[in-house]
Write a protein that binds this ligand. Structure first.
Ligand code: ATP
Ligand code: MG
Length: 398
């Protein structure tokens, strides 16, 4: 009997423990499932955050590099890779292998070893293709809870455009000062001579040289006036001057411009012809006149006596094309790309002798840009030149 009771108790105990074990296993499985879900959510969130960080970093125009204590990249954005790695920067490279400039390495060292931020380290970087860019570097330490430094973050701000603009400004001021000084020195010199002569002998003003000196003073004053006028024009066109475009008759504007220049052409026995196959152009009439005067005046100045200057107006699809062609001295190809820069002159002496300041073509370029058009040149030395202006003009008047 006791044997049966013992058996029942044993069976009951085994069943009890089996059931408990099953329950615990199920609980454990549930907990594992829960943990798995939490892990998946956490990884997904991390991936989203990583993606967001990457998007933010690639949207930043600066190049960003984060390194660990050994100088190995933890992270760099696409701009950094593009500029400093030509788009194929291996992640195992250390900062010392990317940059040779000790200034850059010292800035990172300072952040890594002493936890100090530093900024405005300027340096020049030459790419494998040979183009040079300028950067300002700021470096900050990366730390956990503000205590343990585990790396450094470098922010490379590209200042190449700023540098170029600054250089252009410096060159411009130097050029303007030089151009102003030459006629001013002449005016001052001749005026002082005349004053001296007058003080010594008031009757000396009747000498023929007086007239010659006064003529020189007047010509130099004209040069100054032209220069100041051109400078004012340039700054007005470049600033926010509004252009009022309207349908301009090419025949009427050509007649007006050519009439005002007739005398000049006669003195050099030059022939000026034009044809207006295209009758109208959409442009600001005053600025268009300035384009014509500048280009026709150049053609006149840089074409010897007896030369021929022809102007044509044609349509090419959505553009009206103005061509000014001369049989003059021509311009060799190496000058073509710089011709439209301010103060650029192929032959400074010849241009100055003609009273030129080197701003005419720059004004033409800016006027065309404001019309969303373009100006170009076709020319070769001793072969004459053709300046081509394109004005966007719809086929149908609106
Ligand atoms: N038709 C042309 N034939 C040959 N050279 C030209 C012609 N037009 C311009 N150039 C060259 O381009 C340079 C720049 O022309 P631009 O009109 O800007 O200046 P400029 O004529 O010297 O002076 P200005 O500002 O008084 O017009 C000239 O100095 C000249 O060397
Ligand atoms: Mg000119």
């Amino acid at each position: 009997m006791w044997f049966i009771v013992f058996g029942a108790i044993l069976t009951f105990t085994v069943l009890y423990f089996q059931r408990r074990q099953n329950l615990e296993r199920k609980k454990l499985n549930r907990e594992i499932e829960d943990l798995k879900k939490k892990w998946e959510v956490a990884t997904q969130n991390l991936r989203i955050e990583e993606g967001e960080l990457e998007t933010v970093m690639s949207a930043i125009s600066d190049a960003i590099l984060a390194i660990d204590k050994e100088g190995r990249p933890i992270f760099f954005n696409s701009k950094f890779e593009l500029v400093f790695g030509q788009g194929r920067l291996p992640r195992f490279l250390r900062v010392q292998e990317i940059f040779g400039d000790p200034k850059i390495l010292e800035a990172f060292e300072l952040a890594l070893r002493e936890g100090k931020s530093s900024s405005n380290h300027s340096f020049k970087f030459k790419s494998e293709l040979g183009d040079e860019r300028y950067f300002n570097l700021s470096v900050s330490p990366l730390s956990r809870s503000g205590l343990v430094i585990y790396g450094a973050l470098g922010n490379f701000h590209d200042v190449t455009e700023l540098k170029t603009a600054e250089q252009m400004r410096i060159d411009f001021v130097a050029n303007v000062s030089h151009e102003l000084r030459t006629p001013l020195t002449s005016i001052k010199g001749y005026t002082e001579t005349l004053l001296d002569d007058f003080q010594k002998d008031p009757l000396s003003l009747k000498e023929p040289s007086t007239q010659e000196f006064l003529g020189k003073i007047s010509r130099n004053a004209d040069r100054l006036m032209n220069l100041v006028g051109d400078l004012l024009d340039l700054s007005s066109i470049e600033s926010n001057e509004v252009f009022y475009k309207e349908w301009v008759s090419t025949e009427i504007i050509m007649t007006r411009v050519c009439r005002s220049m007739e005398e000049k052409f006669k003195t050099k026995k030059q022939i000026l012809t034009w044809n207006c196959n295209q009758k109208e152009v959409l442009a600001d009439p005053n600025r268009l006149e300035q384009v014509l005067v500048n280009l026709i005046d150049n053609a006149h100045k840089y074409t010897p006596e007896g030369g021929h200057i022809s102007v044509s107006w044609e349509r090419e699809d959505q553009e009206v094309v103005l061509k000014i062609k001369d049989t003059g001295v021509g311009i060799s190809v190496e000058h073509h790309s710089r011709l439209f820069e301010r103060f650029y002159r192929v032959d400074k002496a010849r241009s100055r002798e003609q009273g030129g300041t080197g701003l005419g073509l720059s004004i033409v370029k800016h006027i065309l840009q404001k019309h969303e058009g373009s100006v170009s040149v076709e020319s070769a030395l001793q072969k004459g030149s053709t300046f081509i202006c394109r004005f966007p003009t719809p086929l149908i008047k609106s």
